[in-house]
Design a protein around this ligand. Structure first.
Ligand SMILES: [Zn+2]
Length: 220
């Protein structure tokens, strides 16, 4: 290829390159205000390599019936109640605290010492739970298991009210299809004050307004 041809091509591309560079330096307002991943289902629920088994699913509708298991301490039940009614009730979700498992139960919450499995809390859609795929191709699940691990290794997540509210808000988020925002530099993802950050036991106890927008925008 002749050098002059290359030069011509470069001159033709120069305005485009300048435009691209200016976009990088000055993000559009839409890009600047975007926060957090959208709602969806994530991970296979039956991956034998993942212990404990865990996955994120969406609800089957916008009514969320949460069963408070008898294994929950008064402190954990209180944190769960606060998260449910302070963080999720203000959304378009209609939330219910329940003490019996029925055909409409969406989440079953229990706690015990599950050993050193690397997780203070997690959510899973077990094989026997009612489940399917909605029109967006997302897995919905009822009777999702939400577990709090009382093993001493994870005591920091349950040591005080703020930590308990964070972990309750976080795991409830997974039951409606919210995913992690990340927590740079520990993990990649946008930065925001939200309980959907990972591994911040003393950290935000509430959803970010963008999380609420994602919940309200979901087409149930
Ligand atoms: Zn999580």
């Amino acid at each position: 290829m002749h050098a002059s041809t290359v030069g011509l091509r470069y001159r033709a591309l120069a305005p485009l390159l300048a435009a691209v560079l200016s976009m990088v330096q000055y993000p559009s307002p839409a890009a600047a205000t975007h926060g957090g991943p959208e709602i969806g289902s994530f991970l296979s629920c039956n991956d034998p390599d993942r212990d404990p088994p865990r996955c994120t699913s969406v609800g089957n509708d916008n009514q969320h019936f949460v069963y408070f298991g008898e294994s929950l301490s008064e402190e954990l039940a209180s944190a769960l109640r606060d998260a449910l009614f302070e963080d999720y009730r203000p959304t378009d979700f209609i939330v219910f605290e329940r003490h019996r498992i029925t055909s409409v139960t969406d989440v079953i919450v229990e706690s015990q010492d599950y050993g050193d499995n690397g997780a203070a809390g997690w959510v899973n859609c077990p094989p026997e739970a009612p489940q399917g795929f909605n029109q967006l191709g997302h897995r919905w699940c009822q009777r999702q298991d939400l577990r709090f691990n009382l093993n001493p290794l994870y005591a920091v997540f349950f040591a005080d009210e703020v930590s308990r509210e964070y972990v309750a808000c976080h795991e409830l988020g997974h039951t409606v299809g919210l995913r992690h925002w990340g927590n740079p530099p520990q993990s990649s993802g946008p930065v925001g004050a939200t309980c959907m950050n990972v591994n911040t036991p003393d950290g935000p106890t509430h959803l970010h307004p963008a999380d609420v927008e994602h919940i309200n925008a979901y087409p149930y």
